[in-house]
Write a protein that binds this ligand. Structure first.
Ligand code: MRU
Length: 337
């Protein structure tokens, strides 16, 4: 069963599962203000590119609880939410849609509050649909008994639906195809071991956790059908930003002849960014590297570098599993790129 990690209460507040506490604690939070949603995105209580976009869209609707449906206030909420994380393009994509909904309603004399709520609902519904389409498109790549390697969490927890990289796995699992997953733990914040392993075991999918440094050896050993990862931003030429460590897995997959797929909805494709070097990479606090579960794991005097994402060049990517089907780097124009 997929987690009900994201929802809206009858009175329009946002109900989220706090992903920073998993797997130790399943705590649900009710968010009622724009500030609370911005904080939740910044500290990764909600995370994953598609879910960040959906959460921010609903975050704008919370401005309606805090004051009148004044376009200037709603547009300020869009700006505040968009500034929370720089890499996932789903965030500016969703905020662009919310701004357009505000402008259109105001110009046409329609109810701005209603337009904002309807746009957030549409963004969430579309995300669910895109996840399902990705699941169907990717499942054909998985023969019976397939083993899929992944990194980070690009499952249900990272979206408003059934996930992106894990969607084909869930479809194959529902068809009783004996699919299993190798999950890289994903230092520093352990989205692989904490989140991917949590949601897959809840869903009854066999999963083996490895540390990131084991990925190359596991690929060389054989028996991994393919690697499927999610994405935070896919540039015009197909270069792809995803969780730090993805590039190393792509290099190892290439070296060992294992197909490497990126699964993403069209909201993750960014035609305005020409290539990987132009993608903004979020750098996060040193403390995330210095500590695991609150325990110091480095020499305090050492310097730390903590980029949250890396870029995999398109040459290493076998294909893109999208809501428009399986595409090669040269075919991304089919998504309007
Ligand atoms: O920092 P995070 O946990 O938000 O990073 C998430 C990822 O890198 C995911 O792989 C990506 O957003 C795709 S989620 C469907």
């Amino acid at each position: 069963m997929l987690p009900t990690h994201f929802g809206v209460t009858p009175d329009g507040a946002l109900r989220i599962l706090d992903q920073t506490l998993l797997p130790g604690e399943e705590r649900y939070l009710t968010l009622t203000t724009v500030d609370e949603v911005a904080e939740a995105i910044s500290v990764l209580r909600v995370r994953g590119a598609p879910l960040i976009g959906v959460s921010a869209a609903y975050g704008v609707t919370l401005a309606l609880r805090e004051g009148p449906a004044d376009p200037a206030r709603l547009l300020a909420a869009c700006d505040q939410l968009e500034a929370t994380r720089p890499t996932a393009v789903n965030l500016p994509w969703a905020m662009g849609r919310m701004r357009a909904a505000v402008h259109a309603a105001a110009q046409q004399g329609r109810d701005v509050a209603q337009a904002v709520r309807a746009e957030a609902e549409a963004i969430w519904a579309e995300d669910r649909g895109m996840c399902e389409a990705i699941g169907a498109a990717g499942a054909v790549l998985l023969p019976p008994g397939a083993t899929v390697m992944t990194i980070c969490n690009a499952g249900a927890l990272a979206t408003g639906g059934m996930g992106t990289a894990l969607a084909p796995v869930y479809v194959a699992h529902a068809r009783h195809q004996g699919v299993s997953v190798v999950a890289c733990e994903t230092r520093p914040l352990l989205q692989g071991s904490r989140l991917t392993a949590w949601e897959l075991t809840r869903g009854g999918v066999p999963v083996t956790v490895i540390t990131d440094g084991m990925a190359a050896s596991r690929l060389r050993r054989g028996g991994v059908t393919c690697v499927i990862v999610g994405a935070d931003r896919i540039a015009l030429n197909g270069d792809t930003a995803n969780k730090i460590g993805t590039y190393a897995v792509a290099l190892a997959a290439h070296a060992h002849g294992v197909p490497f797929y990126v699964a993403a909805p069209r909201s993750t494709f960014d035609p305005a960014t020409p290539d990987g070097p132009a993608i903004p990479i979020e750098e996060r606090r040193a403390e995330e590297v210095r500590k695991i579960g609150g325990t110091q794991v480095d020499a305090p005097a050492a310097a730390v570098w903590n980029p949250a994402f890396d870029v995999t060049p398109h040459q290493l990517i076998t294909g893109y599993i999208t809501d428009a089907g399986l595409l090669r780097a040269g075919e991304l124009s089919r998504l309007g790129m």
